[in-house]
Write a protein that binds this ligand. Sequence first.
Ligand code: SAH
Ligand code: DHB
Ligand code: MG
Length: 223
Amino acid sequence: MMNRDSTTKLLDDIDAYVEGLFAPPDEVLEAALRESRRAGLPEINVSPNEGRLLQLFAELVGARRVLEIGTLGGYSAIHFARALPEDGTLISLEINERHAEVARANVERDGLSEKVEVRVGDARELLAALVENEEGPFDLIFIDADKESYPEYLEWSLRLSRPGSLILADNTIRGGSVLDPQDGSARATREFNERVARDSRLSGIVLPLIRERIDGITIARVL
Ligand code: SAH
Ligand code: DHB
Ligand code: MG
C-alpha cells in the first residue's frame, strides 16, 4: 500500500507528465497568469491540463456560442476562445470589474478580443438578462463562479441551452469535501451534482481531476 504522501507525489507526477505532452509552454497563457498575479487576483484558474480539456470539449461539440460564468483573469476564456470559429462568440460573466479588466487585456494579447465579451455584474442578474433578451441557446456553458449558486446556475444554464448543449462545472469534487460537506459551498456543490445525476433532461458524469488537490469537473449533455 502506498501512503498518502507518495500517492500525492504520484498524482502530481502524472499531472506533470500529461502537461508535458499536451500543454506545452505558451507565452500568451503564461502572460495571462503573470498579469493576473501582478494584479493581485486569486490564483484559482483552471490548471493547464483542465484548460486543454475545456478547449477539447468546445472543439468536440463544434461550439460557436460559449457562455462562461466566472471569468477571473481570462485563463479559461482564452482556451474557449481558441476553440471558436472565426465568427464564434464567448460571453463570460464576472462580478468583479477589476478581474474583468485584467481578463480583457489577457484576451487581447492573443488577438481574441473580437470573439470574447466580458460582462460585469452578478451572474444571476446577467443570466436573467440573457434569458430575457433571448441570447441563447449556447452550445457550451461553463460554470465556475461562486459555488453556493451552482444549483441556481444549473437552472439558468438549462434555460439557455438546447438539446445537445454541453454544461460543464468546475470544482465539483473539491478535495473530496462533497463526500461529507462541512460548509455551504460544499453542500451546494453536492446538491449540484445530485441534481445533474437525477435530472431527466441531462445525461452526465463527474470526472475527477488532479490539481493542487483532487478536484473534479461535472460534464452534462442536454437531452
Ligand atoms: N474560470 C476562471 C476562474 C474563475 S474563478 C479560470 O479558470 O480562469 C471565479 C470567478 O467568479 C471570480 O473571478 C469571481 O470574482 C467570480 N464570481 C464570484 N461570484 C460571482 C457572481 N455572483 N457573479 C459573477 N461572477 C462571480
Ligand atoms: C476556488 C474557486 C475555483 O473556481 C477554483 O477553481 C479553485 C478554488 C475557491 O474559491 O477557492
Ligand atoms: Mg474553478
